[in-house]
Design a protein around this ligand. Structure first.
Ligand code: GDP
Length: 536
């Protein structure tokens, strides 16, 4: 690495670059507007002036519909991992959280690779199931969350009830930074609670360019909007007086959430969100290693793999491993060590991927996401590092599965290939493999966060391990962790539940539904069942 003087310069470059990074993910339920918001962010950040122009296509829905086409054609999201764009003096990394049909364990794992999250809510719907699940992961990991209430241009619920829902359902104190003027459906603009005054939005044709904003003083706003303005100011004060006053420390401690109102499709409120990400969201910090010792951001290169994508097309059996850079400078061509195997990995091909675009990356800094091509030797959770000292980050957490199926080889003569494939897919985190006393080793239970994981697993078993499988779905949907393995007989004694052992040694108690769980509890009050969402 050259002279010590050179190394010093390098270290300070890393600190500067890391300090500019803001790496976040959007957590939301399908249809809340994540793709629309992504495009709007990119538009404001001026990476692409018109969102559809990524592919040189007319029409701003180009990006999204193209991804969907490819996802449909290949049965899995092969395209997006992270979008990087510049805003003011910052570099923003938006790491994609796969949703819809490809909601999977990967979606949760993405949250191990970000420093903050934006919780996107549909103003008519508030908190929805997938958002709640993802929020629980954020809470568990103390990830700070900014809330963006979207679709204010349409009829929806009132602002106060949406804020109340945050406190009542997830115990998160809302700290509004803006407050909508005009009922949902008649969105005029927002009260800027931080700086005072009224930010009035103007529509542009189709929302294709950044929406012009006009700043009015409180007096001007009152004159222009009358009762709407007064009502908005009064409502906002009601909330701030009941504990919703803004404090950055409460956001960073993940006990309260700044709230913004907007309409992504019209680009309303999007600039405010970017400003907030830049000024408030945390940048990359030292990441604790497996022993709990933090790896300084300016230590030599290190990172970890949070997602591995195998091409579904047998003709292109390439595998891309996505890694988050934790420390140091990553340079293309570097030979890094895989801490799990101790083997070197040459990073000749490194990409940043978003949409269909693949850009070759030469340099990346803490907070950035790199895609390592031809990475057949890399697994989810692997730590990569260059130079001394070596480092190994803790294994990625396992998340509560929601879908279960018994796997059997179609051809009983291929039991050996079957076993090898199952072991491999389990090791890679493609699916979780569970065994039960009832079924034995020969009929392992596959468990997944999303059903797409089954399709990927079945495809790989057939194509790669030459052991085609049959998957018989099991009716379970309610999952708990069984703290005392000896109690598994109690779970197995009911007809609508079963105890399953995961390869990390955790026993899960799974039930058909909440009613079956309730019955088991009543019959066996001594049962010790805990939330299974993630590792303690
Ligand atoms: P995703 O599933 O979360 O990625 O949602 P999309 O971005 O695909 O949006 C779902 C639907 O909501 C689309 O029809 C969008 O045009 C629409 N949508 C997104 N944001 C807004 C908004 O601010 N206002 C209105 N009225 N519609 C929106």
């Amino acid at each position: 690495m050259g002279t010590s003087g050179g190394a010093d310069t390098l270290a300070s470059d890393v600190l500067t670059a890391a300090g500019q990074r803001r790496t976040f993910a959007v957590i939301s339920h399908p249809d809340a507007g994540k793709s629309t918001l992504t495009e709007a962010l990119a538009l404001h950040a001026k990476v692409i002036t018109e969102a559809g122009a990524v592919h040189g296509k007319a029409g701003r829905r180009g990006v999204v519909s193209d991804w969907m086409e490819m996802e449909k054609a290949r049965g899995i999201s092969i395209t997006s991992a992270a979008l990087q764009f510049a805003y003011r003096d910052r570099v923003i990394n938006l790491v994609d959280t796969p949703g819809h049909a490809d909601f999977s364990e990967d979606t949760y794992r993405v949250l191990t690779a970000v420093d903050s999250a934006v919780m996107l809510l549909d103003a008519a719907k508030g908190l929805e199931p997938q958002t709640l699940k993802l929020f629980e992961v954020c809470r568990h990991r103390d990830i700070p969350v900014i809330t963006f209430i979207n679709k204010w241009d349409r009829p929806g619920r009132d602002a106060l009830s949406l804020c109340d829902e945050l406190v009542e359902r997830i115990g998160l104190q809302p700290m509004p930074l803006t407050w909508p003027v005009g009922e949902p459906g008649h969105f005029r603009g927002v009260v800027d609670l931080a700086e005072g005054g009224f930010v009035r939005y103007h529509r542009t044709a189709g929302g294709a360019t950044a929406a012009p904003e006009e700043r009015l003083s409180a007096e001007e706003a009152e004159a222009a909007e009358g009762a709407e303005w007064t009502r908005a100011v009064e409502e906002a004060h009601l909330l701030t007086e009941s504990g919703g006053g803004f404090a950055a420390s409460r956001y960073l401690a993940a006990t309260a959430t700044p709230v913004l109102f907007g309409a992504a499709v019209l680009n309303f409120g999007v600039r405010h969100l970017l400003d907030l990400l830049v000024s408030l969201a945390p940048g990359p910090g030292p990441r604790p290693d497996a022993h709990g010792a933090p790896r300084p951001v300016d230590a030599p290169f290190s990172g970890f793999v949070f997602k591995v994508q195998t091409g579904m097309d047998p003709a292109h059996r390439d595998q891309v491993a996505f890694a988050r850079v934790c420390s140091g400078t990553f340079e293309r061509g570097m030979v890094v060590t895989n801490a799990t195997t101790g083997r070197p990995f040459a990073t000749k091909y490194t990409q940043q991927m978003f949409g269909r675009e693949r850009t070759t990356v030469d340099t990346a800094y803490p907070g950035d996401v790199i895609g390592l091509v031809n990475a057949t030797s890399l697994r989810v959770g692997d730590t990569l590092y260059a130079d001394k000292p070596p480092v190994r980050f803790p294994p990625l957490p396992t998340f509560a599965p929601a879908h279960f199926a018994v796997a059997r080889p179609v051809d009983l003569g291929r039991a050996k290939q079957f076993r090898r494939g199952v072991e491999q897919l389990n090791a890679e985190g493609v699916i979780q493999v569970l065994v039960s006393d009832r079924r034995g080793d020969a009929a392992p239970v596959f468990a997944a966060v999303g059903p797409m994981q089954f399709e990927v697993a079945a495809h790989r078993m057939a194509a790669e391990f030459k052991a085609a499988i049959r998957l018989d779905p099991l009716p379970y949907s309610t999952v708990r962790r069984l703290s005392d393995p000896a109690q598994r007989v109690l779970v197995d004694s009911g007809s609508r539940g079963e105890a399953l052992l995961r390869s990390d040694g955790v026993y899960l108690a799974v039930f058909n539904d909440d009613i079956a769980l309730g019955m088991a509890r009543r019959q066996h009050p001594e049962l010790k069942l805990e939330s299974a969402l993630h590792d303690a």
